[in-house]
Ligand binder design. Structure first.
Ligand code: ATP
Ligand code: MG
Length: 423
């Protein structure tokens, strides 16, 4: 039997990969404008990094990691997300000492989670994310959110919903935590075993449970917004004010909590409201994580970031009927008739490509008619025909495939002549 692709992974084939490239370019271009610089970290890390950085009560750590022992008996894990690695690198490379602060980084690359595969949920997927480390200014929260929105907007998405919430600082969270425990404890036996575990460890995550989302007590659960102390409230007010100043619409949802343990203050998600997008509507998730750098052994450093997957972004584009890639075109297709002309076409093709033209030729010894067909399939602007007689006379025929016009150009100084013709 032939070997097939592993479950939950995808091949991205020519014809589709152009979409990916355009999304990557758009994301990078927006990052350049916002002054976020790229960081590349390893695909695998010490398992310990994710236990600490992602948090051992999360689904990621409990159920989804690809963990293995290497030949040196180290426990390693394929990265399930990017923030832990970026924060590790930030700390290890002492970026908190960089002259430019805050440190603004972005990454793009594959992440791995052992999930139940379905539309929008893969075992290998590509996340783009940014992290801004070293600032506790609500304007940076708003900037990070606007950066994500800008990428989506630039790609043409319109049916987006930005949802924000505040989880407050440590003291606000502690007060809310007590209220949550008191709220859920009497009926916790009606909840799934995960939630029963969460009650003491991290009751906030009960609100994020996918199994128990319809339980009566979910609707009446104490709202974090009622437990924000003055400082946290003010911070949240500022973030909202800055979003409004940037004309970014949002709604506040006090039940929005992120799956990861280390978040505080601002939390946000961007959802697609396009019909037919499917059951999973979250495109992008992010928030503030002021305790994480310290947790990783660095100095106390505030941070905020987000991540989205390219897979879900592509689904959203499809759901909105947005075609982002254009029909491919090449400049010219070289048709050579006869042995001498074939030899010559090697040189000609090389000079065309070096002069910046996209150019192709036949490698299958096809007849002239089939070569013309090939040129049409590639959507060539011109066909350059090298015949024995023309070669001997020092010229070639150049045919414009759109207009059908054909001209003869001298071989001498051909690239210059062709450049003039094609402009
Ligand atoms: P979900 O609730 O959908 O499982 P999550 O809380 O696990 O999301 P995060 O860890 O916050 O998601 O990841 C941020 C973003 O990465 C998501 O909003 C989504 O766009 C994307 N993402 C997460 N898991 C997957 C996956 N298995 N396949 C494709 N994209 C994913
Ligand atoms: Mg998940």
């Amino acid at each position: 039997m032939s070997i097939q692709i592993p479950r939950g992974t995808q091949d991205i084939l020519p014809g589709t990969v152009e979409k990916w490239q355009l999304i990557e370019e758009t994301a990078k271009e927006v990052c350049r404008k916002y002054l976020y610089e790229e960081i590349r970290t390893p695909i695998f890390e010490h398992t310990e990094l994710f236990l600490r950085g992602v948090g051992d009560t999360t689904d990621i750590v409990q159920k989804e990691m690809y963990t293995f022992e290497d030949r040196g008996e180290r426990s390693l894990t394929l990265r399930p997300e990017g923030t832990a690695s970026v924060v590790r690198s930030f700390t290890e490379n002492k970026m908190y000492g960089n002259a430019n602060q805050p440190v603004k980084l972005y990454y793009i690359g594959p992440m791995f989670r052992y999930e139940r595969p379905q539309k929008g949920r893969y075992r290998q997927f590509v996340q783009f994310g940014v992290e801004a480390l070293g600032s506790m200014d609500p304007a940076i929260d708003a900037e990070v959110i606007s950066l994500a929105m800008q990428i989506y907007k630039q790609l043409g998405l319109k049916k987006l919903k930005l949802v924000i919430n505040s989880l407050g600082d440590n003291s606000s969270r502690a007060a809310h935590r007590t209220a949550l425990i008191n709220h859920f404890q009497p009926s916790i036996h009606e909840f799934c075993s995960d939630c029963q575990n969460r009650l003491e460890k991290n009751p906030l995550r009960i609100l994020d449970c996918k199994k128990d989302r319809d339980h009566e007590l979910m609707k009446t659960a104490p709202s974090i917004l009622d437990y924000l102390n003055e400082e946290s409230s003010l911070y949240f007010e500022k973030v909202k004010q800055y979003l409004s100043l940037m004309n970014i619409d949002f709604i506040v949802d006090p039940t929005l909590v992120r799956g990861l343990d280390y978040y505080n203050h601002t939390a946000f998600e961007i959802m697609s409201e396009a019909e037919g997008f499917g059951a999973i509507t979250t495109l992008c998730g992010g928030g503030r994580y002021n305790g994480l750098v310290q947790e990783m052994g660095g100095p106390e450093t505030p941070g905020i970031g987000f991540a989205f997957s390219v897979e879900r972004l592509i689904s959203a584009l499809e759901a909105e009927g947005i075609e982002i890639t254009q029909e491919q075109q090449i400049d010219c297709y070289v048709i050579a008739l006869g042995e001498k002309a074939k030899d010559y076409s090697v040189t000609l093709l090389q000079s065309l490509r070096q002069a910046g033209f996209s150019a192709e030729r036949d490698y299958l010894n096809r007849k002239m008619k089939a070569q013309f067909k090939a040129a049409e399939r590639l959507n060539a602007k011109h066909v350059i025909i090298l015949g024995e007689d023309e070669l001997a006379a020092g010229k070639v025929a150049v045919k414009n495939l759109q207009s059908g016009d054909q001209v003869e150009l001298p071989l001498e100084n051909f690239i210059n002549e062709y450049t003039t013709l094609s402009n």
